[in-house]
Write a protein of this length. Sequence first.
Length: 255
Amino acid sequence: MTNRTYEIAGGLTVNRLGYGAMRLTDQPSNFGPYPEWEQGLALLRRAADLGVNFFDSAWAYGPEFADRIVGEGLESRQVVLATKGGVDKPEPGRIVVDGRRDTLLRQVDRALVNLRRDRIDLFQLHRVDPQTPIETSIAALAEAQADGRIGQIGVSNVSRAQLDRALSVAPIASVQNRFNMDEADADGLVDYTASKGIAFIPYGPLGAHPMRQGAKLAPQQALAWLLKRSPNIVVIPGTTSIQHLEENWAAWDLV
């Protein structure tokens, strides 16, 4: 039988059907606060009521506004919160990658405030900064881990070689790369992470463009395919509709 849960390093047992919070920002370009804030809070709480206990966000979503709505909506819930740093969005459509130590530690501190937590369960390097060795970025997160600000370290948008370089510095709990039924460039990395006990968190599970709404793939079938693909996959479909949230959750019926 397909496993419904996965234990991310450090004893973080999560339901493999989670939620990605990127869409809980203003559109287009995922920039600014979500205009239907109270509805967003209700959606997050409904997700937790269904059994979703893994929520993924990032500094760049908003920026910061996705972290803030997740923090407010789930402040009293026993759920695993993940966020990402190393990418900023100072204006719509403009992405700034910065993996320097001081930047990452500043974003960790702000994420603690925004998520309303004493410790962030999983903090992920959003992208590798071409001007900063990945070893330097991971060392900064290891520093935050050592002093208790974050629980586990993850990486995103990485190659296998970059993952290995990160692993040379600190244990890596998760990899978050784009992967779905139609975009399988990371297929080998899925198996590699599974062999090392690392969670693989595919973004774009429904084939949607990151800056535009709308799924390209049939949601339930696409999610079920991912859940069956490998036991270490934790899926994070995003939506702003409670109806779609419940339909996504029903993907378990196809597994």
